[in-house]
Design a protein around this ligand. Sequence first.
Ligand code: PMV
Length: 316
Amino acid sequence: MPAITATAPGKVILFGEHAVVYGRPAIAAPVQQVRARAVVAAAPLRSAGELFIDAPDIGLHSFFSELASVHPMAIAIRGVMDELGLERLPACDVRITSTIPLAAGLGSGAAISVALIRALAQFLGHPLPDERVSALAFEVEKLYHGTPSGIDNTVVTYNCPVYFVKGQVLETLQPLAPFDLAIGDTGIKSPTALAVGDLRRLWQVDPATYEAIFDEVAEIVQAARQAIESGRPEHLGALMDANQACLERMGVSSPDLERLIASARLAGAAGAKLSGGGRGGNMIALVDATSTQAVAKALVENGAQRVILTTVRKSV
Ligand code: PMV
């Protein structure tokens, strides 16, 4: 059996994070500059059933049989076995590497799951369709927080911009004109589960207030979709600012994020907002040829641990 490699991109949520957990739409796009990679190779010298995982980025070197049953990789591997009706695996080595920062809102968990599920299924002779890959990765996402919307596994699996509503048929988005983003990392690791859980408690106490904010976000997302599909990305800046204001009212922003957002706007970005779970992790700024370098410099000067420049464009 030849070694099989699969990769999956990082992602950013452009509009609608958190409100998407409550049934509102969101827009997300892949980030090709960072990727997770899984390589599965036969290990003929070991006995059948022994799958060894080497994931140096997260310090994991372990046999599958030794992983806790709730470990994300155990869930992904068992998902593939159940999908294919297998009780045992051939002896193999799985190596997982990723350049996607962890717990930073860039979809690293989903990308690792998708790469692993794809590579393992293909190694076993049964490549899975995107729909099943995404569904299996969704089972792993549930581990990170109990109520994932499914947006991360979806955008990472389909590898194209998406308009996403939880539980509805996926709609891919085709930007009529490409647009550029600067992604700035606060360097603060912030598990999505915490922000999602805190917001849920606030919503439980005062549903009317938070439902109204989610409705505002839904309108922003619709306007953003129109701007993207009609080739007027210059409208997205003001919409990002409006979405950020809603996220601040949800309590999922942070002083570090707001410092980067303010510095990007001051340096010429057309708009900026946090992206993903918030509290830390990454922010995004809408830039163009004249502002990109100044915005990237301002982000670094204001504490960004790294800046990724990416373009959102039509999938090929
Ligand atoms: O995984 P993150 O940090 O990009 O956040 C996912 C987006 C949320 O809306 C906050 C949660 C979800 O499940 O959609």
